[in-house]
Design a protein around this ligand. Structure first.
Ligand SMILES: [Mg+2]
Length: 230
């Protein structure tokens, strides 16, 4: 059994700012002041970590009320995300539809998500392009600040989805992502990692983190599938 865990933003999809805009809009609606969140503070991080950082930076709640405040902010964000995605859907990255289609037809391949998005956010983003059907399980950004913990959640979800009997049968788990944090979290679960330079991090930067495989993009889906399955 081969397990492939996909990041969303910068790996499957190139966003056009809908997530960032929905969060900024939610913030302004709740707290009455506009903010601009720099993209580097979002890259590879979990929605929970981003939300908690905003709460602390802007002193929005005392420590014992952070959790409730985060819940309020994330609800407001999720409520606004679909309309923002309608306005700025972004696009599916080159080769992705063919790659997913190809892999989904392979015997002994299981695909899941490993993303910092909230579970519902991930669903909204992928549903624009009909991609949810490929990912029956995953790890998400609802519960964890650290992406390494999201990787552990994704692995646990894999075990749950596939049944314990196949665990010993894993030849390898691959994480596919576009940031240094994706590479790090793959190592945290002992997985191999394919890094792709289609997000905000250039090839030369990702190279320094020594992924098992590094590609400019996934457009040669046949070659990518072969590498993942070999
Ligand atoms: Mg990403």
């Amino acid at each position: 059994m081969r397990v492939l865990l996909f990041d969303i933003d910068g790996t499957l999809l190139a966003g056009a700012g809908a997530g960032k805009n929905a969060l900024e809009e939610a913030f302004e609606a709740l707290y009455g002041k506009p903010i601009q969140i720099p993209p580097h503070r979002l890259s590879g991080r979990t929605d929970r970590a981003i939300g908690l950082e905003l709460i602390r930076e802007h002193n929005l709640a005392p420590a014992h009320q952070e959790e409730a405040e985060l819940g309020r902010m994330m609800e407001e964000y999720i409520r606004r995300l679909p309309a923002r995605l309608d306005r700025a859907p972004g696009r599916v990255l080159p080769g992705i539809p063919d790659l997913l289609n190809r892999l989904s037809k392979q015997e002994g391949v299981a695909m899941g998500l490993l993303t910092g998005n909230l579970r519902r956010g991930a669903h909204h983003k992928l549903s624009q392009f009909g991609l949810n059907k490929y990912f029956p399980f995953g790890g998400f950004g609802d519960l964890h600040e650290d992406r390494d913990d999201v990787a552990r959640e994704a692995l646990a979800a894999t075990h749950q989805a596939l049944g314990k009997s196949v665990i010993s049968d894993y030849q390898s788990v691959w994480v596919l992502g576009d940031t240094p944090l994706d590479i790090r979290c793959a190592r945290a679960i002992g997985a191999k990692v394919l890094a792709v330079a289609t997000g905000g991090h250039p090839f030369s930067e990702l190279e320094q983190y020594q992924p098992d495989l590094l590609l400019e993009n996934l457009s040669d889906s046949q070659a990518v599938a072969s590498a993942l399955l070999s």
